[in-house]
Design a protein around this ligand. Structure first.
Ligand code: ADP
Ligand code: MG
Length: 504
């Protein structure tokens, strides 16, 4: 747990022509379960395969084929539930959600409507240091993904790719606890972060690995608190659902647009129809897709091919005991053990790969110095490279650690270390060997430094007079000597010798 005083952020208000409005948001996040095989078949889940290369008879909905549950998917859903401090249901069941779609060959999707595997949970979504929104999770259920229709390969025909059909998804449903566009994006980012730490979802939004249906309504100030008090949804506005959002930026833009659309409608004396809408990123608008369907439209029924799913408390306990360290715990550990600031610890733990990298650099070294190098030099340099990610970064933790060790040993100065870092980043190689072969070693030879200092003093008599009157100006001499020695002189030695020669 975060050892911080947490206060709730203010809800976002929008000023309308007839007074203020507030936004209410609930999210249904579809997260692809990280497993090698699908939910009910042994076909591969690998991304980017040839169309229809990963399709079993079960996935293709062939008659007489029976689903066989993949234990790995159940384990991942339980792990995710535990990571979100949620109730794990030892008995759950699968239902058929019936609808026709060309990319759904069996004519129904297997899902969990009545008895989901995971119940109530919660996520703390940090908006600023010490400011967090508690978002309650209503449930997480397992379900199958559908295939993909392809309309742009032939002018007259559509094709279907069933590689994704039957892949396991976790649908994570939140309560309508989210109160603004930034919070909604931060919530999705937080879920993604936790699941990546858990190893239960890759969270690659571009590949459709993580997508969200965003429910938005607006109400007058005070209404939300009434709903909180008695749970009556009549206090809140009618919601619209924006389907299939796969970018944090679009989620924010869509909510912003949708809230303003609903406010304009209401202020005009109209009503909001409960419907499903799509966001058009080019126009920045949402538009109606269909009126909202109700659960009974889908003729949900228990799937007769699958027995209720029973899991043991022992098994759940074993998964809980083996849960990896989660981002909050890591952040607190970095603050306590390495003395890092809240901000630096957040930056380093935002992505698990970055945190793992940092820890390798920090092991056996000064944590603060390691953090500075990773955040300022490494991340800064990667940003210049167009935000390259750490897993393909050209400088390994061992190489960066070696650079830091060379500073610590007094072999190179901080300035030379930055040059060395650039060489290692662009050309690779062993930092110690580079220092050796390129003569980058720091000059600690007092005689050589003394000569350089004397030379600068001799050439700048006016500057000497000024420094004698104002010792702060001695820094100028240090700078000159560093320049004359190509940054290789030991700064400590130069400082001492300059002060001595100037008689300060
Ligand atoms: P359905 O089964 O019709 O999709 P749910 O009760 O599962 O309905 O809710 C779907 C999502 O809509 C949930 O994430 C929930 O938090 C959200 N939601 C419910 N009411 C509102 C509202 N008035 N405003 C915004 N979101 C809402
Ligand atoms: Mg829904």
């Amino acid at each position: 747990m975060l050892d911080l005083a947490i206060s709730a952020p203010k809800p976002k208000t929008i000023a309308g022509a007839t007074g203020d409005w507030e936004i209410v948001i609930g999210l249904e996040v579809h997260a692809q379960v990280a497993t090698r095989a699908k939910l009910f078949s042994a076909a591969s889940t690998a991304f980017g395969a040839e169309p229809n290369a990963n399709v079993s008879f079960v996935d293709a909905g062939m008659p007489g084929m029976l689903p066989v549950i993949n234990e790995g998917c159940i384990e991942q859903a339980v792990r995710t539930g535990l990571g979100l401090r949620a109730q794990i249901n030892l008995v759950s069941a699968f239902d058929r959600k019936n609808y026709f779609y060309p990319d759904l060959p069996s004519g129904y999707q297997i899902s969990q409507l009545f008895h989901p595997i995971v119940g109530e949970g919660e996520v703390m979504v940090e908006i600023a240091p010490g400011v967090a929104r508690r978002v309650r999770i209503a449930r997480i259920h397992l379900e199958q993904d559908a295939g993909k229709s392809i309309h742009d390969m032939d002018p007259a025909m559509s094709f279907v790719d069933l590689n994704r059909a039957g892949v396991a998804l976790m649908e994570i449903v939140s309560h309508p606890d989210i109160r603004g566009p930034e919070e909604a994006a931060a919530y999705v980012a937080r879920l993604r972060q936790i699941m990546r730490y858990l190893g239960t979802c890759d969270g690659n939004m571009q590949n459709g690995n993580l997508r969200a249906d965003v429910n938005v309504s607006v109400c007058r100030p005070g209404q939300y608190e009434k709903w909180q008090a008695d749970g009556d949804f009549a206090h809140l506005g009618t919601r619209c659902e924006i389907k299939n959002m796969n970018s944090l930026r679009f989620i924010q833009a869509a909510i912003e647009y949708e809230a303003r659309r609903q406010i304009a409608l209401l202020e005009d004396g109209g009503t909001v129809d409960q419907e499903t809408r799509l966001f058009d990123p080019d126009k920045g608008e949402t538009r109606s897709m269909r009126s909202k369907e109700e659960a009974h439209d889908y003729r949900y029924c228990p799937d007769p091919d699958l027995l209720p799913l029973e899991i043991g408390q022992d098994w759940v306990d074993a998964i809980a005991a083996a849960l990896p360290e989660l981002p909050d715990a890591r952040k607190v550990r970095y603050m306590n053990d390495f003395g890092l600031s809240d901000y630096d610890a957040s930056v380093l733990t935002a992505e698990k790969e970055n945190a793992d990298y940092f820890e390798q650099v920090a092991r056996g070294r000064d944590g603060k110095q390691a953090a500075n190098w990773v955040i300022n030099e490494l991340f800064g340099r990667m940003k210049k490279d167009g935000g390259a990610d750490i897993t393909t970064c050209p400088v390994s933790p061992a190489q960066l650690g070696a650079i830091i060790d060379l500073i610590g040993a007094g072999t190179i100065s901080g300035r030379i270390a930055k040059e060395l870092f650039e060489i290692v980043y662009t050309e690779g190689g062993d930092p110690a060997a580079i220092v050796e072969t390129r003569g980058m070693t720091q000059v600690t030879d007092e005689g050589a430094i003394e000569r350089a200092v004397e030379e600068v003093i001799a050439q700048n008599p006016a500057q000497v007079e000024k420094a004698k009157a104002n010792p702060k100006l001695a820094g100028w001499f240090v700078g000159q000597v560093m320049k004359a020695t190509g940054g290789k002189a030991s700064p400590a030695a130069v400082n001492a010798i300059v002060a001595q020669k100037l008689g300060l």
